[in-house]
Write a protein that binds this ligand. Sequence first.
Ligand code: 26W
Length: 848
Amino acid sequence: MRRRAVVAGYIRFVPEANSTSPVPAPAGATHPLAIGPVGAPEATVDGFVAQYLRNLNFDRGVTLSASTANDRFYALAYTVRDYLVARWLEGVRRYRASDRKAVCYLSAEYLLGRQLDNNLLASGLSDIAAEALAQCGVDIEELRAQEVEPGLGNGGLGRLAACFIDSLATMSVPNVGYGIRYEYGIFRQTFEDGRQVEQPDSWLELGSPWEFPHPEAAQTISFGGSTEKYDDGGVTRSRWVPAWSVQAVPYNYMVPGYQNGRVNTLRLWSSRANHAFDLSVFNAGDYVEAVRAQTFAENISKVLYPEDSTAQGKELRLQQQYFFVAASIRDFIDVVLPEDFDLTRLPERAIFQLNDTHPVIGVPELMRILVDEKKMEWDAAWAVTQQCFAYTCHTLLPEALEVWPIDLLGRLLPRHLEIIYRINEEFLLAVRERFGDDEARIRDMSIISPDGAVRMAFLATVAGSKVNGVAELHSQLLREKVLPAFDEFFPGKFTNVTNGVTPRRFVRLANPELSALITEAIGDGWLTDLERLRELEPFADDADFRTAFGEMKAANKRRLAATLQARDGLTIADDHMLDVMVKRLHEYKRQMLKLLHIVTAYDRIVSGEVEASSVPGRTFVFGAKAAPGYDMAKRIIHLINAVGSVVNDDPRVEGRLKVLFPPNYNVTLAERIIPAADLSEQISLAGKEASGTGNMKFALNGALTVGTDDGANVEIRELVGDDNFFLFGMSEPEVEALWARGYTPAEFAEKDAGLGRALDLIGSGAFSGGDASVFAPIVSNLMNDDRFMVLADYTSYIAAQDRVDDAYTDTAAWQRSAVLNVARSGFFSSDRSMRDYIDRIWHTEPLG
Ligand code: 26W
């Protein structure tokens, strides 16, 4: 209390506190402070308190006693920011003074999650901030809850980008993450009568304390129009005469490394009306049209497309892609690189990593800049371009591979289409030289498809210095099944980099109890060298350690229970196994298989096959958003909720089975759910999940996996060992063989009585108040045209789940396996992924 009084007194003497505030901008660059930051506030509790209150007073314009929780959160965020900014500015200055190569990560999505705790941890200020706020009588928990997470991504690909930039900063590798500042991120999901309803995610409603807008540094991005040839001193050249343009306004975000004094930059672009354009319409006398054009321009960065697996071919999406990629490439060349930089040497300074096909329009854009604007010869420009790009593919589903109809592309980016034609022409010429006039091969490899669309994955493959998949199996299938002709034509171009996740966010921050246990056992080196978790292996046989591990899980379950209670009014039983399936809702991921297991477990009880009292308690937790236009996925969401209502309320179950489906699964909720999980469901049809990254987060937090041999599950199982992983289902070659033979679902439904009953229950209306029509389409789909062969893996899945139940009864053995999962999952750090990209693709070096 006395401390508070002192603090309150302090507020009254604000002028005194102003002593370290920045000096006014110097007239010339002669003042010593002109080239560098003025220095961070003192990293002490007193220094933090002073800066915090200063921010509350001067940035929020309130006193502590008159502040709202949002004011107090903002002031805290600003304070953390103040400490980081000095490092950031210094790093930018040092990078510019160096001639290091930078990784320009081009990604349409960054699923960042909340920033406060991450930035506190990175800057080493967590304890100081906690103490400082306590002295001010401010509840830090309340402030944490104020932060709105920027949901600027759909799922795995966006979260991966966020993990990668965290790792690059931690490894001191120069990196700019480039992307789009969507005004509306991934929709907020609610349920009405069990059905998904989408609400806009207006994450910027109260502003964001982490962004630095730079409207003065806006770039002009053009669209439409036509191309023309002109004579340039005897040389015929082409140029683009665009019809309209918008402004791309950069917003900078700090990406701090973990306690290494490095801060990299994430630069997201926001669209704004172009005044030059407005003026032309204005001069034509149409004021209203000019204003309408302004809102039109602002539409480009308005909303994230919520489809995560089906390319829709929408014009606005192509606009978004070109908008951010053109702004980013221009930014790097014109702003980051020194003036008059010789662009033939661009590959020494930049590698543009294409996060899936979304930024691939950057390839013709760089060619256009080099050839049309910088007047470089085509071949020289192509040589530069090929060295400057590399492409990561994140899918195997054909419907997720982007193609752009040539009429659409030609209308929006006519010069780019010409350039793509020429790239294709020269490429196909080279193919003919190698293989002769093999027309079938030419057709298969043409960047322009027979039906007149640009195949962006082909363009990326032809242009990229390297092409990588995201897990061993995925990279193999990419080479053998998706792009075999390209693999043959470009030996050595294809490689694998298995995905990873950042241990700072997904272990240290999400699971402080486990982190403390690990650090106590093996020291804290694991946070930046995750392979050191191996040193935990002996502790798997240490009964005391296992007990502590069990207590950690129990504590995390209580924490999750409190969160779900407050957030959604849901309750979790203390003594249940927590069985979790969290990921986007998609048929290939097979949430339906999980549901069939739940319905079977329920049916076994209500049919009297087993005594409820003998059933081990399990809580099934789902988290999943469905793309708004994906009807089957939405129906499955409805069914999960419907099964939950029936199972949870049926007294015959005696509470042994519970189904929980908190709405709006996001990074913040993941950070609560994953550390509490006992069992991780990774049950996609083999050959469909490129990698998965949730699977890694669960293993690192000591959950055991029940999974198919798919994506990175394969590597997880190899590392943790068969005894510590519940494998089931067909392998990828078995899937292929069954599909080739002809998949007849009815056969499987007839062979397994449990499956037949589960399907009957769903199809007969047992979960829809007797109305069979509600879920019959799901059953009909499973029985007739299910590409993902849910029924074929049912029997094997149920057998695996019975093994899970057995294993869980032996607590010591289960915990031993769980500890071994942690100890052997160090490979899945995104630091290791980054090392692989650096060694095999980027050839960059840290900035010491
Ligand atoms: C054009 C529509 C569209 C939008 C997004 C198609 C595809 C995507 C992404 C590539 C979907 C995605 O997030 N893929 C996931 O990427 C993760 C990171 O590599 C992998 O772990 C997942 O297996 C993969 O599904």
